[in-house]
Ligand binder design. Structure first.
Ligand code: SAM
Length: 265
């Protein structure tokens, strides 16, 4: 944990990015986050599986976009704290020239991002924007300074849209960003669904701790975020079942986290 003196970094209230890091097996969290994370596991024991599996989905989806689809620009909104295999590491392993713009609104993510999520190699670039996704126009304006919006972009919302204040906001945010990118761009998105009562109860309990509320939504609402886009195979599925690695075949069980990778035509 870095020595964070910023008055913006609240160590008395649990925070989603830090709890997520705890569940994923990272080390960038405070005691308040560990306690909230453990309380959540008591209510929803599958939550650590979701955190770990979400990173595996990110890795497979980014590899697919940089590999099979030839995407060289990524806009990863709601980045989270750097952990193993971040978007830029996965994409730039496939193609070093990839440009990645990360966006988050958490001061601790900002501190880490300045150290770990920004770099320029002779070819590729990794940059961080400190912004709230409820203002997608600002994100687009800032991202235009780094990314070429005449070339396809892989837009990513990975386990973040439950923080959107309303479903209308959620749709407006994603559509505004997708409207700004050219055809041949992709949306990669997953979110947790409300079909597991233990998960819903855990999110309600988290809201009671003072953290930014996370609202799991019906599967159909999450799937509808992809309306107008062409999903690549296997479509909208539990993230464990999206092109599982060969070794996982036969063992993957669905979890209440659903998503897809879809192309803008
Ligand atoms: C559950 S974590 C997911 C992190 C990461 N996408 C991943 O897949 O590991 C949610 C992230 O969304 C960020 N976030 C929440 N509300 C946000 C907002 N309004 N604007 C930008 N980022 C936000 C949090 O700070 C946190 O880093």
């Amino acid at each position: 944990m870095p020595d964070d003196n910023s008055p913006l970094i609240r160590t008395d209230i649990p925070h989603s990015a830090r709890i997520w890091n705890y569940w994923m097996g990272g080390k960038d969290y405070y005691e308040v986050d560990r306690l909230a994370g453990d309380a959540a596991i008591e209510i929803d024991p599958d939550i650590t599986t979701m955190a770990v599996q979400s990173r595996q989905f990110l890795i497979r989806a980014v590899r697919h976009l940089a590999g099979e689809q030839g995407i060289r620009q990524f806009l990863d909104i709601g980045t989270g704290l750097p952990t193993m295999q971040n978007t830029h590491e996965v994409a730039q392993t496939v193609a070093p020239e990839c440009k990645i713009v990360y966006v988050d609104n958490d001061p601790l993510v900002l501190t880490h991002a300045q150290a770990l999520l920004t770099s320029t190699t002779p070819n590729g670039t990794t940059t961080y924007i400190d912004a709230d996704y409820h203002d997608p126009e600002q994100i687009i304006e800032d991202a235009r300074k780094i990314l070429n919006f005449d070339e396809p972009i892989g837009v990513m919302f990975m386990g973040v849209l439950g923080h959107a204040k309303t479903y209308d906001d959620l749709l407006r945010i994603v559509r505004t960003v997708m409207d700004s990118v050219p055809s041949g761009s992709f949306l990669v998105m997953w979110d947790s669904t409300d079909d597991n009562p233990a998960h819903v109860a855990m999110c309600e309990n988290y809201t009671g701790t003072g953290g930014t509320p996370y609202l799991p939504r019906p599967q159909a609402q999450i799937e509808a975020v992809f309306d107008g886009l062409e999903m690549v195979e296997p479509g909208f599925v539990s993230i464990t079942q999206w092109r599982p690695a060969h070794a996982e075949v036969g063992e993957v069980r669905p979890i209440n986290a659903y998503g897809a990778v879809a192309r803008k035509s």
